[in-house]
Design a protein around this ligand. Sequence first.
Ligand code: MEV
Length: 323
Amino acid sequence: MTDLRPTLQDKALAHGKVILGGEHAVVYGCPAIAVSIPRALELRCERSETQQDLLLSVPAWGLERRLGPTPSTSEDRLDQALRAIFASARVAPWGHHIHGKTELPAGAGLGSSAALCVGLAKLALGPQASDQAIFELSMVGESVFHGDPSGIDSHLSVFGGVVRFTRGQKPEPVRLPGPLGLWIISSQTPRQSANLVAGVKARMEALPLLAKPTWALFEAQVQAMQEALLARAFKNLGLIMQMQHQLLAGLGVSTPQLDGLCTCAMQAGALGAKLTGAGGGGCVLLLPPPDADNKDFGSQLEAEMQTQMGKIYPHFPLEIQEQ
Ligand code: MEV
C-alpha cells in the first residue's frame, strides 16, 4: 500500500445507534426503526514522525492496536476491517496514530463497530467525501465485523436521526411529534454480532416453514411501533417492545441476564423493555412512563436490579428530541 495516498484527515465524528424494533429481521429485508446516539465517537489522527505503523487506540474500549504494512496470517476481525477500509479507500495509513474518545460501550449493540468504521472512513476519504461514499466505505469494514450487515448501523452512524430502515431501500425519516424518553441498561456482557446473526440464520434454515410468518410478524410489529411513535401512544409502544423481546428471545438471541434486566425494568414501572441490537448480551432498551421523573425512576430501577440481580448494572436515560 506504500504508493497510495499517505494522508488522513485529522478529525472525524460518528454517531452510535439504538434499534427500537426490527433487529435481525432487518437482515432479511424487513423494516426496522432506529435512533442515533449523536456524535458518540470522536477520532483524532496525528502523524507520527518515528513510527512506520498505524496505531489505533480507544482507551474507553481498552483497545490499543498496532498494524504494520505487511499483513500477518493471524489477523482478527479488527485488523482485517482496518486493512479493508484503507485498501478500499486507496490510502496508506502508516505512520499515524488514531486516538478515539467515546462513551459508547464496545460490543454492546449500540453501534460501536459501525461508528468506528464510519470514523475511519471519514479519516480516509477526507472532507470532500459524500455521506453516501462514507456509508459505502464503512460497510466494507462492517462486513468484516458482522458478516452480513443490513446497513442499519452504518446508516445511523453517518446520517443520524430517527429512521425506518429497510435494506436496499431509501430509509424514511420517522418524524417524532415530541421528545421520547428512553433508558438503556448495559448487561456488561460483550458479544459478537456476526455469531448472533449466523445463529438466527441457522435456526431459520432449520425451520423454513416458520421463516415467512416470523418475518411477517416482525414487520407488523415494526409498523405498529411506528404508528405508536407517531401517535405518542406510549402504552402500545411499551406493549410492542414486550412482544419484540419475546420474538427475539424465540430466535435465540436473548439470555437469562437480558430477560432478568427486562423484568427489573417492568417491576420498576417501565411500560416496555426489550433487548436492542444483536442480543446475546449488550443492552436492554426500556420505556419509562412518559411522566416519570428521571431521578425517581432511576432509583426504582436500581433497587430492582439490586434485589433481583444482586447488583446494579450501568444505566442511563436517553432523550430523543422531536424530529
Ligand atoms: C445489529 O446492530 C443489528 C442486526 O440486525 C444486524 C444488522 O442489521 O446488520 C442484528
